[in-house]
Design a protein around this ligand. Structure first.
Ligand SMILES: *[C@@H]1O[C@H](CO)[C@@H](O)[C@H](O)[C@H]1NC(C)=O
Ligand SMILES: *[C@@H]1O[C@H](CO)[C@@H](O)[C@H](O)[C@H]1NC(C)=O
Length: 191
């Protein structure tokens, strides 16, 4: 037994060190992890995507549906209206151009004086190396401004720990149907 003692001591020290690498601090259910193990010591990348977002109310396959009607339009901004969306995101402005992903979520009129939407949506990528990864956009959309900026508040897959912003510009809007094509420029920091 005694002759194994040094090995036991060395093993204990090593395993203690290994545990220490993972959990510098532990509090039962919570522990501090080594950032390196999550790739967080790498330099963050800044990626730009230019996509077109198609909100389609017309026809037999709408991608946007009004799920809540406002009790009245006395505000003039349809305050309280909510639409659920599963909007195609394409490479070019034409709906027939390459499908890159979907914008899934909802938006609602959150302003009573000047038109302003609360946008809550995930851009779900379906193409190339980003396939399956998502980014989450949550922000205020002043629809009648030329450029609307909204924050990217996080993501999944290749966009874990991401942050950034988007700029939206109206490319086409049909006042009769409500159909819209919006250009989205996405700037996202991720590892
Ligand atoms: C709501 O009111 C505004 C301002 O009066 C008007 O421009 C808009 O067309 C109305 N919307 C609906 C759906 O009635
Ligand atoms: C994206 O991933 C899904 C699920 O893994 C797969 O079915 C699909 O073929 C992929 N699409 C592309 C364009 O790679």
């Amino acid at each position: 037994m005694a002759k194994f003692l040094p090995q036991i001591i060395i093993f204990s020290i090593l395993s203690f060190a290994a545990i220490n690498l993972v959990s510098a601090e532990s509090d039962g259910y919570a522990r501090t992890l080594d950032r390196k193990l999550f790739g967080l010591k790498k330099k963050e990348k800044l990626t730009h995507f230019q996509l077109y977002w198609h909100d389609i109310y017309s026809g037999t396959h709408p991608t946007a549906v009004a799920v809540v009607s406002p009790p009245s339009n006395s505000s003039g901004t349809l305050f309280g209206a909510i639409s659920m969306i599963d909007d195609p995101l394409t490479e070019g402005p034409e709906l027939s151009s390459k499908l890159i992903g979907k914008a899934q979520g909802f938006y609602g009129s959150a302003a009573q004086e000047k038109a302003g939407l609360l946008m809550v949506m995930n851009f779900v990528f379906m193409e190339g190396k980003y396939n399956g990864s998502t980014i989450t956009i949550l922000g205020r959309n002043k629809v009648f401004s030329d450029i609307r900026e909204m924050p990217v508040i996080g993501g999944s897959g290749l966009f874990r720990f991401s942050r950034g912003y988007v700029q939206a510009r109206t490319h086409k809007f049909d006042t009769k149907t409500g159909d819209a094509t919006i250009q989205y420029n996405v700037y996202v920091l991720h590892y």
